[in-house]
Design a protein. Structure first.
Length: 462
């Protein structure tokens, strides 16, 4: 009779025999494969060591940097690093899947998760510790310089000035005592033929008394008195005053003087260049108030300047232009002027002359214009656009250029980081700047350089 204990021993012996058989078969098969050379052999990975401050120093074994003495660190082969794609819900960031699908909470489509710790730039310490005025790590919008034939418009600001060609000096044509003055205040309007003052002049006919006697002797024979009448006319007497000499036994020495010009009265020493000038070094009182200094009781001599008359229908605009743009300017070019009070009313004019200004940093462009409507006032600011034709060049947005005074720079993208690069610029037109050297069409630069500039604007370009 077979007992329970006997059955257990038989089963145990059978299982032990099966285990020994399987182990022997595995060992035999492994030795066979090893003898035949079918087992794959993994290539050995060659280690290299690099200096964190001088990435050009690369060694096959550990050691110190021959330049700075720092300990070399193991160089990581970026090609061996693989990233596994994951997908996340934009509303529930805790929901992360290994494949696309929908969020189990809100049902929104899962989007690919971006590893913000990864950076295309070299992760060596040198890229991180570079000064911010030399190199910037970050993600910024970039642009490429481009060649184009653009209409060149030079924008400049300036002031409205008087037209010195239309400023007339009123001088005494004969000496005497001013009995009455009808012109007393700054910017008092004056018209042609208007009486401006009365004078007592007993010596007016001293040198040419014969002319007066000739007119009185032959009042109706103009052919005999032509020379006399012309001299009296040049002296400043009107036709009515000359005709009155024919009827007078004794000429009247109390004469009225009339204006032969129109405009506005200003002082005799008025000089617009001293009042409306970029070079004014000290504050001056503007000539829009007070008297002109021509009062009753004043004794004057022949040729004495009494006051000036300015004409505001003809004015001059003085625009300040950068010296580097002067090569594009020439006399006769069209200019469109606008004043802030009347932006919808442009004034068309042309360049009259270009003069050096402020030690050569700028040039002064003088433009004469006509304002029959009387909208413009001397001393006001004015904006001008000078049309100089088309210009073919390499252009970049003006926002991508940092002006450092004598130099200009851009932030050039290189291996995932931005470095300051010195460029040479030319003319400006609208929001574009001409690039003469430093970069080319293949360069990638930051579109807004101010975003990469530190608070102190200290930049150390290459």
């Amino acid at each position: 009779m077979v007992t329970k204990k006997g059955v257990t021993l038989v089963i145990s012996a059978f299982l032990l025999l099966a285990a020994i058989t399987i182990a022997m078969a595995y060992v035999s098969n492994k030795q066979k494969n090893a003898g035949s050379g079918n087992e794959p052999v993994r290539p050995a990975i060659k280690k290299q060591f690099v200096c964190s401050m001088h990435p050009e120093v690369i060694k096959d074994e550990p050691g110190d940097c021959p330049i700075c003495g720092m300990f070399l660190i193991e160089k990581i082969d970026q090609s061996l690093l693989t990233s596994k794609k994951q997908f996340v819900c934009s509303m529930h960031p805790d929901v992360i899947k290994d494949e696309p699908g929908d969020c189990p909470i809100c049902g929104m489509f899962l989007i690919e998760k971006i590893d913000h710790d990864s950076n295309s730039a070299d992760s060596l310490l040198i890229d991180v510790v570079r000064p911010v005025n030399e190199s910037v790590l970050g993600s910024f919008a970039t642009v490429n310089p481009f060649h184009a034939d653009l209409p060149l418009v030079i924008e400049a600001s300036g002031i409205i000035n008087f037209d010195s060609r239309r400023i007339q000096t009123v001088s005494a044509r004969f000496g005497g005592l001013v009995e009455r003055s009808f012109v007393k205040y700054q910017y008092q309007p004056i018209g042609i033929g208007q009486k401006i003052y009365e004078i007592y002049c007993p010596d007016i006919y001293t040198d040419r008394w014969g002319y007066v006697k000739l007119i009185q002797a032959y009042p109706d024979q103009d052919s005999l008195t032509v020379e006399a009448r012309e001299w009296l006319k040049l002296l400043g007497l009107s036709k009515g005053q000359i005709d009155s000499l024919k009827r007078m036994v004794k000429p009247d020495y109390h004469l009225a003087v009339y204006s032969d010009a129109e405009g506005y009265a200003v002082r005799a020493d008025f000089d617009p260049e001293n009042y409306f000038s970029f070079n004014r070094g000290e504050e001056r009182d503007l000539p829009f108030s007070g008297g002109i200094g021509f009062n009753e009781g004043l004794t004057i001599e022949t040729g004495t300047p009494l006051f000036k008359i300015v004409n505001l229908k003809s004015l001059r605009a003085d625009l300040r232009v950068r010296t580097q743009d002067v090569g594009l300017l020439k006399t006769g070019q069209k200019v469109i002027l606008t004043e802030s009070a009347f932006p919808e009313r442009p004034f068309d004019a042309t360049i009259f002359r270009v003069e050096p200004f402020n030690g050569g940093l700028f040039q002064l462009v003088k433009i004469f214009l006509t304002d029959k409507e009387g909208l413009l006032k001397p001393g006001r600011q004015i904006q001008g656009k000078i049309l100089t034709g088309n210009h073919n060049a390499l252009w970049v947005p003006s926002s991508s250029v940092i002006n450092l005074g004598q130099n200009q720079s851009v932030f050039l993208m290189n291996n995932g980081r931005f470095t300051a690069k010195t460029i040479k610029t030319g003319v400006h037109t609208g929001d574009k700047v001409e690039v003469l050297s430093g970069i080319n069409e293949n360069s990638q630069i930051a579109s807004n350089a101010l975003l990469l500039t530190d608070s102190d604007s200290f930049i150390n370009p290459d």
